[in-house]
Design a protein. Sequence first.
Length: 237
Amino acid sequence: MQRRIFIGDIQGCREELERLLEEIRFDPAADRLEPVGDLVNRGPDSAGCLRLLASLDAGGVLGNHDLALLATARGTRPERKSDTFGDVLRGEDRVELLGWLASRPFVRPFEDLVLVHGGFSPAWKDPIAVLLAEDPNDPGPAASAAVTIRFCDPEGNLARGMDPAPPPYRPWHELFDRTRVGGRTVVFGHWARQGLLLKPGFRGLDSGCVWGGKLTGWIAEEDRIVQVDARRAYAGI
């Protein structure tokens, strides 16, 4: 049976990604790699991560830092001093790397689970259809919500910049009705402060590697977690 291996926020931590794949004994001929988004930025080797993932024919979805890179490449967002994806923007293979990244969707459904970077608004009746209609090169409000949501209210209004957030805001996964994605398990990242989340119907895999935490892999067919420690903290809060 092919294994699907979901990887939490990598954010340019190529060395940790390579160690995790070794720990998992990843076989590109038999396994499928599915990162949860935020492949780049804040870590030391954004270009190396994209090259490795593309070479392994990884799937995955887009995260907010990936969108920041694409917007900067288009010239609709200025490059910031805190950005660490300049190696992509100025790489000889820039066009290929950006093209590969831009071909990632905002949501990736499977028969038994669904992958998204941040999460789903409880107000969406059909989240998969909503996000499959979004264009990575011209993302709209739904895409923005999907890559940034943490706390929200029952109407889907986001508590931007608040973590934790006061009532009526709650973690989106406490408000979301999974029947809207056919009862599938939702796999997501984006929430390092929350950390690894394993509860019925949800797998939250951001364990803060770029902050000095861990890089997490979840092997869906085995329902097994594998983690490696970050070599160091690459970014500060």
